[in-house]
Design a protein around this ligand. Structure first.
Ligand code: F6P
Length: 543
């Protein structure tokens, strides 16, 4: 839609409705509607999503779904699944959903049988992974591979490391993975310091194979390997594989294209975990488990593609995010997994959500007149409870939060999981219902302390519960958030699939790099702050 969404009747109706909701407390919504806690739920795959503790009524949901209809969300969803070039600024299809289509599905895009391409790469990955896991793929000196080091950044790092950590309970081949992303030399230094090059395999992951950080780390890894093995370039073939869309650059780096696993320009970096980018994960949990991950994604894809808006979990949660951002003034959104294994999930979601929806122009190039892209952040519970939850409970800001948990623990030790989950249940209830002055006073609290101990409540949360953290439920969770992102992007009429905003910094870093080391750099063209900072740096580096 070309017009500004804020001018639609649907948007205006939501604005009006927001005034009513501001005057309503979750306590009242629950008191007057005993069925709310069961009714305002939706199931998708193995995920039970309870959105009843949000600041919404049935009318809110109806108004939000009307807005979704008005902006043509259903068409946008259909266009993505069909492979239309919905990434307009790069003239590309957006087909991460094709990465998890079953083998017997059909999808031809731009004249290419996408399903056949995807499964050909998956088969090669599986073959390679089995060889490494079985100890048949040997290093240059004949030893089996024990450690995989994934070198990549952004989408070529955050997805693999998040999933590797999340699926720790499924590692079964004695292969451990490490992840190097930062160009800070301490990262590669510390990651390789105690490794034996003879048993180390590097997986260099870069969609473009031109990313400064990744290439610098990969070159250093090669120097480290050859020095450690006291070998020549021939050793590289047994210790380096690449994941990329750019075969030429991979070859230029010196990696045999036979050791390259490809993907396609219709896979955005932050959506690429289910492609060959997930190779490190497959090496650690095996191809069969990786298939379960893909099947989990696919279950949510199908739900997103077919469920009506009012029963469609990603659509509902995406619309709730719009509700808080544009009508109730929220700036941030917390993601709080009650699972230590999901400790990198919030970081992963930061790229997924903020690189996607951190945009300020509409698809037609006009500036938006409304807020977009919330700031996503979070830490696992219960750790966060002893850090930032104070602000959630008694601060002045509206922070909608997603609480994620699993009924079955990956390790059942005494009654610890029940204690853990009692915190999960307690927090969302405390945030929603708080504690009134009367309740606090009735506990015998001295009058002067009552206002300090009152908990206003009315803080919105969504609870997402699965039976267990498995490859399948992880795939479902990630797909859920991917489609939340698309839903929000459709309402805001922005393109969630480009990332032009990260380019300027990269260009400037390349421009400044020589000025840090040159003998007589000309700093006069720089702004006075940057020039002074560089002079200060050079002095400290004795240049
Ligand atoms: O930060 C920008 C970005 O392009 C991300 O979108 C991407 O995930 C990351 O850099 C890494 O890119 P590549 O996989 O091409 O090395």
């Amino acid at each position: 839609m070309a017009a500004d969404v804020t001018t639609t009747d649907e948007w205006q109706a939501l604005r009006k409705h927001a005034d009513e909701i501001r005057a309503t407390h979750l306590r009242d919504l629950f008191a007057t509607d005993p069925g709310r806690g069961e009714r305002l739920t939706v199931e998708v795959g193995d995920l039970y999503v309870d959105y009843s503790k949000n600041l919404v009524t049935d009318e809110t949901v109806a108004l939000l779904t009307a807005l979704a209809e008005r902006v043509g969300l259903a068409d946008r969803i259909a266009a993505m699944f069909a492979g239309s070039h919905i990434n307009g600024t790069e003239d590309r299809a957006v087909l991460h959903t094709a990465l998890r289509l079953p083998q017997d599905a059909t999808l031809t895009v731009d004249g290419q049988d996408v399903v056949a391409d995807v499964h050909a790469v998956l088969r090669r990955m599986a073959e390679f992974a089995e060889q490494v896991r079985a100890g048949q793929w040997r290093g240059h000196t004949g030893e089996r591979i024990r450690t995989v080091v994934n070198i990549g950044i952004g989408g070529s790092d955050l997805g693999p490391v998040m999933a590797y950590e999340a699926l720790k309970a499924y590692r079964d081949a004695g292969i451990s993975c490490r992840f190097v992303s930062n160009i800070d030399p301490t990262d590669i230094h510390d990651t390789t310091a105690d490794l034996d090059p003879a048993t180390t395999l590097f997986v260099v992951v870069s969609k473009t194979f031109s990313t400064q950080e990744t290439l610098a780390n990969a070159h250093q890894a090669r120097r480290w390997l050859l020095a450690g093995l006291d070998a020549d370039e021939q050793a590289v073939a047994k210790h380096f594989v690449a994941v990329s869309t750019n075969a030429q650059r991979v070859a230029d780096f010196g990696i045999d294209p036979a050791n390259m696993f490809g993907f396609w320009d219709w896979v955005g970096g932050r959506y690429s975990l289910p492609s060959a980018v997930g190779l490190a994960v497959m090496l650690s949990i095996g191809p069969a488990r990786f298939d379960e991950l893909l099947a989990g994604y696919h279950a949510v894809d199908e739900h997103f593609r077919t469920a009506p808006p009012a029963r469609n979990a990603p659509v509902l949660l995406g619309l709730l995010n719009v509700w808080y951002t544009n009508f109730l003034g929220a700036q941030t959104h917390a993601v709080l997994p009650y699972s230590q294994y999901l400790h990198r999930f919030p970081a992963y979601l930061q790229q997924l959500t903020m690189e996607s929806n951190g945009k300020s122009v509409r698809t037609d190039g006009q500036p938006v007149s409304y807020d977009t892209g919330e700031i996503f952040w979070g830490e696992p519970g219960t750790n966060g409870q002893h850090a930032f939850y104070q602000l959630l409970h008694q601060g002045t800001r509206l922070v909608p939060a997603d609480f994620i948990a699993f009924s079955e623990p990956n390790h059942d030790i005494g009654d610890m999981h029940d204690l853990f989950m009692s915190n999960f249940f307690a927090q969302t209830a405390a945030l929603a219902f708080g504690r009134t002055a009367e309740q606090v006073a009735a506990e015998g609290t001295p009058a002067e302390l009552v206002p300090h101990r009152v908990m206003a409540g009315n803080h919105p949360t969504t609870s997402i519960v699965a039976d267990r953290l498995t490859p399948a439920t992880l795939g479902q969770l990630v797909a859920l958030y991917e489609h939340i992102v698309l839903t929000e992007g459709a309402i805001w009429d922005i393109n969630p699939f480009d990332q032009w905003g990260v380019e300027l910094g990269k260009v400037m870093a390349n421009h400044l790099a020589p000025l840090l080391t040159a003998d007589q750099p000309d700093l006069t063209t720089l702004d006075s702050s940057t020039a002074a900072l560089i002079r200060h740096y050079r002095t400290q580096r004795n240049r």
